[in-house]
Design a protein around this ligand. Structure first.
Ligand SMILES: [Zn+2]
Ligand SMILES: [Zn+2]
Length: 248
């Protein structure tokens, strides 16, 4: 021994990093982290999960599993996660509180850590199930260009509107986000389908306030359901390109 000792516990028989043995270093390090509140979006029909803008794991169970929870965990770069055992501590219809007991390896030692997590399950019908189920919707937002700009190519227009849509949906109310079901790409823009007309209208208004869109609203009779006329409402939103030529 060369006389070096851990500055915390004083042991001399351990290898040290920055004056600390592995056990003392681990006590002072956050080895695993989770966001206090997380969200998992599940298609109630097929069990697919929405990951970013795409859908995965069709056929999975609707209830949350380790496959949903473990990706929410961040592990310290010097640690390796071996296992996590999740245990539910409380649950409501949509929110589950869980404790995860993680086993990790950190600088040659085995460690355990506990993390608490609250996960909200958001139900949203995936695009495939929406189509298969006969495309149930009550309102459609049509995203279009300014209408008087002949210089913008169709692909560039769709990409521009795609960016507007991401920003718009990001700012929309939670219930409006939940009512958005799927969208379709068209040469002239995007059609975004909603299962709730009030929610669609709130997004259309947000588009006018925040992105200067013009709105044209129209309704068509789509049939009858349980003795009531069923209307579908179309909101045509026109987004002028910044710096686009203005027609006299
Ligand atoms: Zn020590
Ligand atoms: Zn689905």
């Amino acid at each position: 021994m060369d006389g070096e000792f851990c500055v915390v516990c004083g042991r001399t028989d351990r290898s040290l990093v920055d004056g600390l043995c592995a056990d003392c270093a681990a006590d002072r390090t956050v080895l695993v982290k989770v966001p206090a509140h997380a969200e998992v979006t599940v298609c109630p029909t097929c069990g697919a999960r929405q990951i970013g803008s795409h859908w995965e794991r069709r056929g999975a169970s609707e209830s949350l599993s380790a496959d949903d929870l473990t990706p929410l965990v961040t592990v310290h770069p010097d640690a390796a996660l071996r296992t996590i055992r999740w245990e539910e501590t409380k649950s409501t219809a949509t929110v589950r509180d869980l404790v995860g007991r993680a086993r990790l390896r950190f600088r040659g030692t085995e460690r355990e850590a506990e993390i608490a997590l609250s996960v909200r399950t958001v139900h949203r019908t995936c695009p495939e199930c929406s189509r298969r189920s006969g495309k149930y919707y009550t309102a459609v937002l049509q995203l279009r260009g300014g209408g008087d700009d002949r210089t913008e190519k169709a692909r560039a227009l769709r990409e521009r509107l795609d960016g507007v849509w991401a920003a718009l949906l990001g700012e929309a109310r939670r219930d409006a986000q939940d009512a958005f079901s799927w969208r379709e790409e068209l040469p002239e823009g995007w059609d975004c389908y909603f299962t709730d007309t009030l929610a669609a209208r709130s997004v259309a208004r947000l588009a006018r306030q925040r992105f200067g869109a013009t709105i044209r609203e129209s309704a068509t009779l789509a049939g009858r359901k349980e003795g009531q006329d069923l209307y579908r409402v179309t909101f045509c939103l026109r987004f002028r390109r910044a710096g686009a030529p203005v027609q006299p």
